[in-house]
Design a protein around this ligand. Structure first.
Ligand SMILES: [Zn+2]
Length: 533
């Protein structure tokens, strides 16, 4: 490598001396773009709904071979459900010269179930191109050999955005690196699971059983859409989640509202009061201890949020409401607090002619999004404690017994449906910040940095179980119709993803310890391989 003046970048509190931009990172040739899209079409043509294991195995085998062709040792690793494909490639610059780092990319190759009738012009596994979003009248286009390709075009097909386009972006980045004789500077590991859309039931056991093949100094989860501003995006954590159902009981059966109104208890009203007692008008949950374990944002995290282009006004207009819960607070700040959300309510009947009854019961379903350090079981217990403190006896069975009905004036049932915790990587993790800076340079923009993604993802499996610093790098356009019909990936985002991954594959890592011949790169010894707490 030629010595080129190094560039200084100030990242948080750490002064990091980064390596030279030896070779232009971006700009695939037209033939490379065509090759990338051919590979994408081939992979999207393989049906990948996890309930069909024969289909799933074809995907896994395709991916194993695709990485093997690019110099990886790869394997289809059996689990009790879909196999996990694992691949590993040593660096071209071994030892300290390459920084001795291991980077693990995570993807999933399964897709959401499909209802082919809802797809426009072609089936979910017959990828097609349009010159714009189908909702805006985008017209079908065909790729002519070597012809021009617009960044505004989109490819339509199941898993184009979630999450096969991302895998092909890495394959194409590897091709581009090799074609231009760039050097891959870290050990690259790839983990691809086949049950993500079913809630990743075997991811943890597969990762832990093969930790020697999956752990990285940094794990990069490549899944999901970019921030709504359209900027390249990174997140340092994802929320956990638990769901709960609360039923308040009245009489054994519906009662006549004339004969017994003003006398018998009304569970719909009781449940409404109970829910209203849980959250005040300023958006603050009133359940005791609900925010106790929240880890406050650091000044650097607050700064990152302040730098995010505001999207709230546009989104409120698009969604059609005039006032958020807490006016003036940023949406991305609110993602760092736990939520108590009422998903649905059920009692009596509505519509039609109505029935003049006092309903026998009323049920609410909640989801509670969790943030780092909030234990799902503990948060559920706080909810239960709140219900008890309002005078309710929580029953064990599905319906109250006669004894319980005789004994307790207020009866309710609270059931936890599912739950897993949040995970978060410290914002000042040097490797993470170095990757973000590198991608920012490659794409010539400032990426959005989110301390916590609003949605839930099995992030904790990497951060807390595998003990690997982890960041998310969602690359798809945010209007990708993920999980619905007409899922699509905008080609501009696809090509950006290739450039971003190419930059990561070839970036100069900080030396693990100073004095290991890392030359100008190793100004600051880094402990980036460990979790910062
Ligand atoms: Zn996904």
């Amino acid at each position: 490598m030629r010595p080129v003046p190094a560039r200084l970048a100030v990242l948080g509190t750490a002064l990091v001396l980064t390596g030279p931009l030896a070779i232009a990172q971006s700009g695939l040739t037209d033939s490379q773009r065509h090759a990338a899209l051919r590979e994408l079409v081939a992979l999207l043509s393989l049906p990948n709904v996890a309930t069909n294991q024969a289909d799933i195995r074809k995907n896994a085998e395709y991916l194993r071979a695709a990485f093997e062709r690019r110099g990886f040792a790869s394997a289809v690793v059996a689990t009790r459900r879909s196999p996990v494909v694992m691949a590993e490639r040593p660096p071209d610059l071994p030892g300290p010269a390459g920084g001795g780092r291991t980077i693990t990319f995570y993807f999933h190759y399964d897709g959401q179930p499909v209802s082919p009738a809802d797809w426009r012009d072609s089936g979910p596994f017959e990828p097609i191109f349009r010159d714009g979003p189908v909702e805006a009248g985008g017209k079908l286009v065909t790729l002519s050999m070597g012809g021009p390709i617009s960044r505004d075009w989109r490819i339509y097909g199941r898993s184009s955005a979630d999450d096969k386009g991302e895998i092909v972006a890495l394959l194409s980045a590897l091709d581009a690196v090799m074609a231009s004789r760039q050097r891959i500077t870290a050990t690259i590991r790839v983990v691809m699971e086949g049950d993500e859309e079913a809630g990743s039931p075997v991811l943890e056991e597969a990762l832990l059983a093969h930790a020697d093949r999956t752990r990285g100094d940094l794990v990069i989860m490549v899944d999901g859409p970019r921030h709504a501003s359209g900027r390249p995006t990174f997140f340092f954590g994802a929320r956990g989640i638990l769901s709960a159902e609360l039923t308040v009981f009245g009489a054994k059966a519906d009662l006549h509202s004339g004969n017994y109104g003003n006398w018998a208890p009304n569970p719909a009203l009781e449940l409404s009061r109970l829910i209203a007692s849980m959250k005040d008008e300023n958006g603050r949950v009133l359940i005791k201890g609900f925010y106790d374990d929240v880890v406050p944002l650091t000044p650097e995290e607050e700064r990152a949020i302040a730098e995010i282009p505001p999207v709230e006004q546009d989104q409120m207009r698009a969604f059609g409401f005039a006032r958020p819960e807490v006016p003036g607070d940023r949406l991305e700040r609110r993602h760092n607090l736990p939520t108590l959300n009422v998903e649905g309510l059920l009692s009596g009947t509505v519509g039609g002619q109505g029935r003049t009854i006092i309903p026998a019961s009323a049920t609410a379903r909640f989801d509670l999004r969790l943030v780092k350090a909030i234990d799902p079981a503990r948060q559920f217990n706080r909810l239960a404690e709140h219900v008890r403190a309002r005078g309710y006896q929580l029953i064990e069975g599905t319906a109250p017994t006669d004894e319980e009905r005789a004994l307790y004036p207020r009866l309710a049932r609270l059931v936890q449906i599912e739950g897993y915790p949040a995970g978060r990587t410290p914002f000042d993790t040097p490797l993470a910040q170095a990757v973000i800076a590198e991608v920012g340079r490659a794409l010539n923009t400032t990426p959005v940095r989110l301390p916590t993604l609003g949605g839930s993802a099995p992030f904790y499996v990497f951060t807390d179980r595998l003990k690997a610093p982890t960041i998310g790098m969602p690359v798809a356009n945010y209007d990708n119709n993920q999980h619905g019909p007409n899922e699509n990936l905008r080609l501009g985002e696809f090509f950006d993803a290739i450039d971003a991954m190419r930059a990561i594959l070839t970036m100069k890592w900080l030396s693990r310890a100073s004095g290991l011949g890392a030359g100008a790169w190793g100004l600051r010894a880094s402990s980036g391989g460990e979790m910062g707490g």
